[in-house]
Design a protein around this ligand. Structure first.
Ligand code: AKG
Length: 367
């Protein structure tokens, strides 16, 4: 059994994952009182006015609680900076809007475009009828594992290409560009997104996000719903990771020397506070559609949604493969960025079998 120690004995808390234990702060621990060398991070308060922040659904930047970790320059962790109601807004986008065509999702691997055209419409009644504790067939939305936006990541070639692009959602670009500006990246352009959909039995294997052509731009990650353990590793696969909790509304930024660090999600865990949903999701925005939120709330009771946003090209940069004719077909895509589920469903990859592999030594897969 491998253990990773923290510096203060009294704050030890171990997370078991696939027969391995990772040391973490307790799930209800405030990141600011964390046992590692956490430092407050200076944000660029003047880069985003209060009005602009508000339009993006964010609190004024001077109210954000932003932290870094000693030894991880460029890594930033922002504790839920969303205004009331906005986490619900993004959850609904991720469940209702973004899985729609022309965006691409894991279910496209085995289903027709007509069947995957509108997963929300095909799932909402089933989710509405879902009762806790009752074993029922999964709705299509519950089989969703990933959606790609903008420059669609090709899981086979691990590349982006000019021919594999659809318009990046403007509201998500707006949010991402404001967050990046507050973190000191005023020129950031949101060009590609990978949305990850997790349940309590999903994980994401160790990997580095290096397919983007410009690594001087940050990678942004937004979390909604249930909590997760995030393992932040080093430049080498074998470097011992630092485990962090990510809760609903938290934003993580990997930039500078931390942009190309290995990382993984070994566990999704129930949110803090004992309720089925985190308290920050209780508040509705004015005019919000309650029946639609009820569908999202049922989904989130055992799920976590993560949006990662990336800039792919640097200023003046072009793809070198523009002559290659990659079409939007995903028929041959097999994901190396996959979640495992106990019963393989349409579009979901086969779970790993045999003896449990320590995730930190795993094959770089969503599993
Ligand atoms: O779910 C997360 O928090 C991490 C997602 C991630 O690492 C990725 O999409 O590359």
């Amino acid at each position: 059994m491998k253990r990773f120690e923290t510096s203060r004995q009294s704050e030890r808390h171990y997370i078991k994952c696939k027969d391995y234990y990772y040391c973490c702060c307790p799930p209800d621990c405030d990141f600011s009182s964390f046992c590692w060398q956490v430092v407050t991070t200076q944000l660029n308060v003047s880069a985003v006015s209060d009005g602009e922040a508000c339009k993006a659904g964010l609190q004024p930047i001077n109210k954000w609680k932003a932290y870094g970790i000693d030894g991880y320059p460029g890594f930033m962790f922002i504790v839920d900076p969303f205004l009331p109601g906005w986490q619900r807004y993004w959850t609904k986008r991720c469940l209702k809007t973004y899985p729609r065509k022309p965006n691409i999702c894991n279910l496209d691997l085995h289903m027709s475009t007509e069947e995957t055209q509108d997963l929300w419409e095909r799932s909402k009644e089933q989710l509405r009828r879902k009762r806790p504790g009752k074993r029922e067939g999964k709705s299509l939305l519950e089989k969703l594992r990933w959606v790609t936006l903008g420059y669609h990541y090709n899981w086979d070639t691990k590349r982006y290409s000019a021919n594999h692009y659809t318009a990046f959602p403007s509201e998500l670009a707006h949010l991402s560009e404001r967050v990046a500006a507050a973190c000191g990246f005023q020129q950031f352009k949101a060009e590609a997104g990978i949305l990850n959909y997790y349940h309590f039995d999903s994980s994401l294997g160790i990997h580095v996000d290096e397919s983007e052509l410009d690594h001087s731009k940050p990678l942004l990650s937004f979390s909604f719903g249930q909590s997760a353990v995030f393992l932040l590793g080093g430049r080498r696969r074998e470097d011992a990771p630092l485990p962090l909790f990510m809760h609903s509304g938290d934003i993580m930024v990997m930039s500078g020397k931390s942009r190309l660090l290995y990382h993984a999600i070994p566990r999704v865990l129930p949110c803090q506070g004992g309720g089925t949903l985190p308290g920050c999701l209780e508040q509705a925005a004015d005019g919000a559609d309650q029946p639609e939120w009820d569908v999202c709330a049922t989904y989130l009771q055992d799920s976590r949604i993560n949006m990662t946003v990336r800039q792919v090209l640097g200023p003046g940069q072009r793809f070198t493969d523009e002559s290659e004719s990659e079409s939007l077909s995903v028929a041959s895509q097999s994901s190396s960025h996959q979640h495992s589920v106990p019963e393989p469903q349409s579009g979901a990859p086969e779970p790993q079998s045999g003896a449990p592999e320590p995730i930190w030594r795993g094959g770089g897969e969503h599993c």
